[in-house]
Design a protein around this ligand. Sequence first.
Ligand SMILES: *Cc1c(COP(=O)(O)O)cnc(C)c1O
Length: 407
Amino acid sequence: MTSSPLAPPSATEETGEARQRAWVEVNTAAIQANVRALRRHIGPATQLMAVVKADAYGHGALPVARAALEAGAACFGVATLAEGVQLRRAGISAPVLVLGNLTQAEELRSCLRWQLMPTISSMREALLCQNLASGSGRSMAVQLKLDTGMTRLGVDWQEGPRLVAALRGMEAVELVGIYSHLACADAAPDEDDGLSDRQQQRFEAVLAGLQEQGLAAGCRHLANSAGTLRSHRQHYDLVRVGLALYGHPPAAHLAGVVPLRPALQIHARVTLLRQVGAGVGVSYGHRFRTSRPSRLAVVSIGYADGVPRMLSNRMDVLFEGRRLPQVGAITMDQLVIDATDAPRIEVGSIVTLLGKQGDEAIGPVDWSERCGTIPWEILCGFKHRLPRLAVAADPGVPTPAGPTAEP
Ligand SMILES: *Cc1c(COP(=O)(O)O)cnc(C)c1O
């Protein structure tokens, strides 16, 4: 046996301290508290799938997956094959469902090799799985997706019983579950045109059809975070929870149904301070002009790190429990804050872009409302350059010791 070469140092190791410039701090204790609170809400008859696609919504897939598992998550949802393989390579052996569509034989072969469950949306994929698995001596676990009104992935719900019958007849394929996805579960009650209920009725109609034909449905699931919080009737055997796992309600009217703790904070360092007079233009395009003599602080984070440029002149950062306004255009790698009212700020000071300090908190919803998007997109934006530190401590509490950098 040859000895394995030393792993190359991660970018963070090569540059020294992970908290040098800007970073994502992920509180795994909050992830665990959220899993436990959600499990209390769904009760013992329903399992929880932790949806960790897109690097766990920017939080880091591995520390989140490990924390969720420890707190009682039964399985994982990922969007891509590579995301599933990442969990397996890290030694995570819990069931993993690939929520996205895999269309190539090679991709489905990888599912078999890594024991990942693909989602089946058509007879074509079902037959591919049967062909691949029948030659391998293994059976291939799959789940069938029904389109009940989302109009994206899934076989048309009326076709459901026919496809289940076909899958049950394939000796090399094991149909583990059947699911659908809600399109408008986060709509406020007065804006809901009843689509969620119609989707559920269609799902029920398929299940009834299966029962009539004596076909087992396996694990039945319908709810995302919003479905999980809005109605116990939509829980079935499993709920697929993403946003709520990370501590954010999917809509204002669903806040408070389950106590949730935001798990992510974004911090960055001040790298330069400058005293300027009144009437000075700041950053590209001079979209901000000082109205008084000002002390400006340059902070080493920008839109390449996931701070939307659309927040230019429209966001605050936290320092010592107070809000300081961001001024001028947010640039690729830096932004400027007006620190005139924070005389204690200095080079090397840490400011918090998302997170909590004392009574002040800034969350992804604050950002998404200001730039016309949704908190999901804000969180997924933190994916490129920022080191992720997993800490097991409450948000807002400084964590002097023991951060573990996750690659
Ligand atoms: C992403 C995803 C989820 C999780 O959605 P949240 O709203 O973040 O809870 C659930 N189901 C499917 C099919 C998904 O793609």
